[in-house]
Write a protein that binds this ligand. Sequence first.
Ligand SMILES: Nc1nc2c(ncn2[C@@H]2O[C@H](COP(=O)(O)OP(=O)(O)OP(=O)(O)O)[C@@H](O)[C@H]2O)c(=O)[nH]1
Ligand SMILES: [Mg+2]
Length: 201
Amino acid sequence: MSYDFLMKIAIIGNTCVGKSALTRRFSDNKFIPHFDATIGVDFTSIHVRVDSKIVKLQIWDTAGQENFAPIIRSYYRGVAGVLIVFDVGDKRTFDNLNFWLHELETNKDLNHPCPVIVVGHKIDKTHRAVSRDEAEEFAKLKGVTYMEASSKTGENVDGIFHEIVRKILTNIKDGFPVGTRLNPMNEANKRLELVKDVKDH
Ligand SMILES: Nc1nc2c(ncn2[C@@H]2O[C@H](COP(=O)(O)OP(=O)(O)OP(=O)(O)O)[C@@H](O)[C@H]2O)c(=O)[nH]1
Ligand SMILES: [Mg+2]
């Protein structure tokens, strides 16, 4: 399938917060209640249309178990955007967001503007341990975006992926940032045309 841009994004966060469920809901619109823990990194590729652009999104769904953290570090390089996920019903996963932000900051490409969305996940749960206000305040303090979703019900899952793509498209206005590429099948002069198009949007 043809596309205008290719973008690599990574999904990080503690084990069991639902990173694989989020990826699966977005790619296949399915929810599987019992997922195996991810070993290392799983890779999914999906085409999305955002603001009239067709984007080939490469999603790196990483393992949240602590012993995988050193392996995951090598994947931060070359990503165009990152989703950091926590479970709104599990305070420890929220408290660990600082760890994940630090992992990203110290391992991504230097001076690379990398949009981050913190995702409050599993909002279908009846008991919440972290309120929306608390999470929004944290995100504001860290200069990142906060959004919520549930892979179980599907609520706002597309919205999150579309928003990260939108943020990366905004970055493309200023040149081609790390982790993005034009479709190599497009002729070279298409590049200018596309950038202009994104700028005008
Ligand atoms: N209630 C609820 N449960 C969810 C949701 N998404 C995932 N889960 C459950 O959370 C558990 C963990 O989901 P995974 O997607 O495997 O979690 P993960 O973050 O990929 O875990 P690792 O691969 O170990 O890092 C599963 O048993 C899911 O059923 C959700 O939106 N709501
Ligand atoms: Mg997983």
